[in-house]
Design a protein around this ligand. Structure first.
Ligand code: FAD
Length: 547
């Protein structure tokens, strides 16, 4: 795949280009937003920090990176032709195939001519008098537009570990979300990896197969369950294609826009043997069934959650040969499913290999610093050829915070959201006229592309409505922002996940100011979200002030 694609010509640095709309980000959200804005006849410029399209799938090139969504529910559904043309090769697509898919979409709809790559947006400022946003890039280039659409991702602001000496390591060191574009060969190398979240859980089994020695530095373990990926043959793909309409219609009715749906029974109402048999069946099945297709109370009832956690702990003990290592891999600080469950392919078995060592940095050996040769813990210095930071992201609001966004009267988004985001439907924020967010905080969560398609359709619906009524300006009414923010907070209350630190509750111990939990996503049923959004549209968007 060429790394320097056909793109929009770089405009004259001194001239401020004007567009109807500016989109920030060329991931799955920005790609579709551009497609729809073009259909509306709006002149649009997409600014993207990377050198090509793809977002998550452009940046996260680490070994083992792949979906935990079923591939055939992750693609766009807006074009039936596209759905019929694209063949997914695996049930859970690996990153290179997903990136190829997003490039295919960009090519098919000739989208790159409105995209400008290597263009990091540093600031966005609202000008009330001109009814325009001015966007400033890192290199000083500016552009103006009536509308600003953010498509900057929920997991796109990588964070490094807060450990002294990060710059001192002599060898190559990579964050998994800033992975080199050429394959990294670990053959015969000593590799240290920091982190045991979803990314590390995918990467560790793959790197372990190559490296001479892999040392895993774990702060807190995460629950994980088997992915059970499999190839998709030609005939099976044809069969899936014939069912696409039903598959997407089904996802539209589930709580999280996935194919999986909770079992209506409560955990403790089912006799232990039957319960165990059901869990065995889920554990042996592909995808998120063990999490989303489980008894309906595992995420809300402490006892139910303790029972499923004990089942998964038993599985870990069965799969890991050394009992001491197994115990280190079993989380004690949160129950199964109260964080997004990483799905794995041979993660636990990786610890049975002679060349893999687990270092518990909380209970056994705290890391003191990174050194020129590797990592120094309280017990010894480990020497490495490569260091890998699988330390995740400043989730959901991180990418917003990295842009200086100023709305009416110069208010800063970062400051307005300092104690937690305030939005309407996660799509608009008070005092930020003509700015809409795809995957903003407080919007629905789940199988992301389906949420994205819904948001883009809704937002372009607003733009169409404005055009029909000759409106040039849209702003949320404060009382509706307060109402939606309250709805989101209430929806999170019964969930055990709200009582746990994770990127989903806005906690990242490596980032200053990110040590307190916030409610970042709408945790209600997907159907409720769709209904609410549809009602707002049907009633003529009364929750907004137009001008
Ligand atoms: C490893 C990994 C696996 C995942 N697996 C799944 C999965 O299986 N299923 C699922 O539903 N979701 C998954 N996700 C979530 C994933 O992020 C979404 O599925 C989806 O890719 C989000 O698309 P997006 O376009 O909204 O954001 P992104 O893909 O994050 O794209 C945002 C883009 O905006 C750009 N950008 C951000 N800030 C700026 C700026 N200031 N200036 C210019 N450009 C900027 C970024 O460079 C990036 O390219 C996964 C995430 C990760 C990290």
């Amino acid at each position: 795949m060429p790394d320097t694609p056909m793109v929009a010509e770089q405009p004259d640095q001194d001239r401020v280009e004007e567009y109807d709309a500016i989109v920030i980000g060329a991931g799955i959200s920005g790609i579709f937003m551009l497609y729809r804005l073009r259909e509306l006849g709006m002149t649009t410029r997409v600014f993207e920090a990377g050198t090509n399209v793809g977002g998550t799938w452009y940046w996260n090139r680490y070994p083992g990176a792949r979906f935990d969504s079923e591939s055939w529910t992750y693609g766009y559904s807006f074009s039936k032709e596209l759905m019929q043309e694209w063949d997914w090769k695996e049930h859970f697509s690996p990153q290179p195939d997903t990136l190829a898919y997003l490039n295919y979409v960009a090519d098919k709809f000739d989208l790159r001519r409105d995209m400008q790559f290597r263009s990091t947006v540093q600031a966005a400022q609202w000008d009330d008098a001109a009814t325009q946003w001015t966007v400033t890039l890192e290199d000083g280039q500016q552009a103006r537009a009536q509308f600003l659409l953010t498509a900057i991702g929920i997991l796109s602001a990588p964070t490094l570990p807060a450990i002294p000496g990060l710059d001192s390591f002599k060898g190559p060191a990579y964050h998994t979300a800033r992975w080199p574009h050429t394959p990294v060969d670990f053959t015969g190398k000593r590799v240290g990896i920091i982190g045991t979240g979803a990314t590390a859980i995918q990467a560790i089994p793959e790197i372990a197969k190559q490296a001479q020695q892999l040392t895993v530095f774990q702060r807190r373990p995460n629950w994980a369950a088997p992915l059970h990926n499999a190839p998709i043959g030609k005939a099976e793909m044809e069969e899936i294609k014939s069912r696409y309409e039903d598959i997407y219609a089904h996802c539209a009715k589930t709580p999280s826009w996935f194919i999986h749906e909770a079992d209506p029974r409560t955990t403790l109402s089912v006799p232990p043997e039957e319960r165990e048999a059901f869990w065995e069946q889920l554990y042996a099945a592909p995808g998120f069934g063990i999490w989303m297709g489980n008894f309906r109370d595992i995420m809300t009832d402490e006892q139910a959650n303790a029972a499923i956690s004990a089942f998964i702990a038993k599985k870990i003990r069965q799969r890991v040969t050394d009992p001491k290592v197994a115990e280190k891999l079993i989380p004690q600080d949160h129950g199964f499913g109260s964080r997004r469950v990483p799905l794995e392919s041979g993660y636990f078995e990786a610890y049975n290999r002679d060349n893999v060592l687990l270092v518990d940095t909380i209970n056994d050996e705290p890391i003191e610093r990174i050194t020129p040769n590797g990592i120094k813990t309280s017990k010894k210095e480990y020497t490495f050829d490569f260091l890998i930071y699988a330390t995740g992201f400043d989730g959901v609001t991180g990418a917003f915070d990295r842009i200086d966004i100023r709305g009416s009267h110069g208010v800063r988004l970062k400051e307005v959201w300092a104690d937690g985001p305030r939005t309407y439907l996660g799509m608009l924020a008070e005092d930020f006229p003509n700015m809409m967010m795809v995957l903003g905080p407080h919007t629905a969560r789940g199988n992301i592309p389906q949420v994205v398609e819904h948001s883009v359709e809704w937002q372009t619906g607003v733009l169409r409505f404005m055009r029909e009524h000759n409106y040039t300006r849209i702003e949320t009414r404060p009382e509706h922002v307060a109402e939606w923010t309250e709805t989101v907070i209430k929806a999170a209350e019964p969930l055990l996940s709200s009582k746990v630190d994770s990127w989903q509750t806005g906690v990242n111990r490596n980032v200053e100011g990110r040590h307190v939990r916030r409610v970042l996503g709408y945790n209600g049923h997907g159907i409720h979200f769709r209904q609410k959004a549809a009602e707002v549209a049907a009633h003529g968007y009364q929750e907004f002030r137009f001008g």
